[in-house]
Design a protein around this ligand. Sequence first.
Ligand SMILES: *[C@@H]1O[C@H](CO)[C@@H](O)[C@H](O)[C@H]1NC(C)=O
Ligand SMILES: *[C@@H]1O[C@H](CO)[C@@H](O)[C@H](O)[C@H]1NC(C)=O
Ligand SMILES: *[C@@H]1O[C@H](CO)[C@@H](O)[C@H](O)[C@H]1NC(C)=O
Length: 661
Amino acid sequence: MIVRIRSIGHGIFLTLSVFATKIVALNAEESNHCDANSHHHGPSSCAAGESYNNCPLWLAPSYTGTDREPKYGLFAGKAYGVNETLPVHAELAIPLVDFNFQPTEQFQRNPAVSLPNHHAQLIDFLEGFFWTANFVGAQCEGEYSAPAAIPGIGVLSHYHSGISNVNFHQASVLLRKSPSFLKAGEPHLSRGAITTYHNVTLQATREIPLGMEFFADFGDVWDETSGDNDDAYQDTIRRSDYEKADTIISDLVTFFQEFPDLSRDLQEEIVDFMVDDVLGEAAGKHAKTIRSLIPSSPRKVAQAQAAGGSFLYRYREMIRSSDWLQQNGFCLDTLRAGPSRIPSAGWGAFATRRIQKGETITVSPMLHIADKEILNMYPVGETSSSTQSIGKQMILNYCFGHPESSLLLFPLGSLATLINHQSGKSSNAYVTWSRRVDKLPNQHQYHDYTVEQMAEVSKIVLTMKVVATSDIAEGDEIFLDYGPQWVAAWNDYQARWQRDKQGNSHPLRAQDLRDQYRTKPFAAARTKRPPYPVGVATACFLNVREVPDGKPMFDEALRVEIVEWSSPTTQQDYHGRNLFIVDVLDRAMAPEHFFNYTVLAKFAEDRIEEIVNVPHEACTFVDLPYQGDISLPGAFRHPIGIIDGHFPQKWRNLKGTKSKQ
Ligand SMILES: *[C@@H]1O[C@H](CO)[C@@H](O)[C@H](O)[C@H]1NC(C)=O
Ligand SMILES: *[C@@H]1O[C@H](CO)[C@@H](O)[C@H](O)[C@H]1NC(C)=O
Ligand SMILES: *[C@@H]1O[C@H](CO)[C@@H](O)[C@H](O)[C@H]1NC(C)=O
């Protein structure tokens, strides 16, 4: 099985590591709206050229799709600078604990369901949309793996072989704060029902011009395995070749700026010389490709630089106009995240502006999961007697489903997963299939596929929209009616919770300690057991270097090498792949860093090292496998209902069988 989990290429092996998150932009900036999707509110003040109709983010047909088979992507409605984050669209991340662990018994099919034995294929397909756990810090949630589903920005920023311009701002989620509705040590109905990983956001890794699509960095392994990619606009020239060409272009531009009086002939000679000479040595077999990317005239070299580099110079048509986005796209500025008005619900989605009855609140591509049984969980390690499922993946709570079908739909729309339930008249929105008039249509032909046929569809083909059923004021929370089966399941869960959990205490989790220890030094425990609750471990972000000359390099007592901490020193440097569980041995006050620690970390089975001068802000807590709320026994697990009349007849493969949701 080719592992195509996004971004496995960063030196982390999936089965060994794990990390995860999801957030809500409590601090999301409110933007002024002069929105393209409705023409009925407030005076607009859009400074021309600054952003497209004040909409920083658009959902529109991606370059990586075709007219016949559209695929929806995200586009910049304003220009983004290097390292700039996209503030409005902080998302949740939903880890799938041990998702990749497949005891052979699990492949036994439910005799009631006429599905072929294709779980491995389905998992392979789904993994292509998930991120390795370390991206959000979830690598310790499972023993085996915990890839994270990140809706919105996590799936809709596609892969392009020639360019990547965004990446996750990992610090946002790795250093996230607890939401106000969760109190340390107290039970809450939403514990185990919603993910604790939040505040996932993207940042630009290079200048992104207004109107450009976002392409995420999926890592080296993905690059290598994506040769079979039949998407449109994928390039035979690799990203690294464009990058090398850009380095030369930038050197040339700098050189000509320093010597502005050179004759045209001389400039051209210098271009030739640089290109030949530099490439001759540096680029090997790629020399020819790279040379073809560098314009021969000095004037065009400057233009290539101004266009944002050799890739964008070559594909200038990739920059979409404001008109094009308005005609073909949907502005993703209608929702923001915040704690729900319903105390038991956790996060909620709120209107950022007035929305009229009948108006589309948001559009959401849907990832189809053709067999809900693949969300069953099995005990890791056991091979024989483990056909008994021990629970279901949390992602089920975010999926739409129907009791007569084994097909589930996971919404990929930005913040769409945050919309909570209210019954009947108390809801103000419903979900249905999008149509051509919505500019981002659903591909209705797939409604005629059977579930078995849908299992063979290995791309995103379905799109739904959330429509207002009444006028919604700015700041109102959006509610759907999740349907009678969901309500029954929730009432049942609530009754059990009130009987078993209410009023009791709840174990402290990593997130609680993270909040507490922001302003409190970690315990130094060279000799004494640290005072942390069972199931929580200290961990630090560690990049290390050799200790300076004259300092001890070996700890005689523990018989380990001593190294010195070197980073992360900026928010940009935080990466889940550098997070290691540690024992904090010693601590000392350090004026610049509050405290510095000496820690012991196991980097690999045969590499245990002592690290000195680890500053306080580089250390945190993680939940050990199956100790986080995501693994809480008896946690709520049930999909959201789709309105019966909207659910295609052909997909009802469980009709007449005794289905279990
Ligand atoms: C989310 O991340 C941003 C940085 O991108 C940070 O400033 C903010 O405090 C974080 N919010 C929460 C609730 O953790
Ligand atoms: C972006 O962040 C990286 C990593 O911290 C840093 O090296 C670089 O200078 C930053 N660039 C800008 C333009 O801020
Ligand atoms: C604390 O650690 C930082 C980062 O490694 C280092 O620069 C600093 O000198 C240390 N401070 C003390 C007082 O040891």
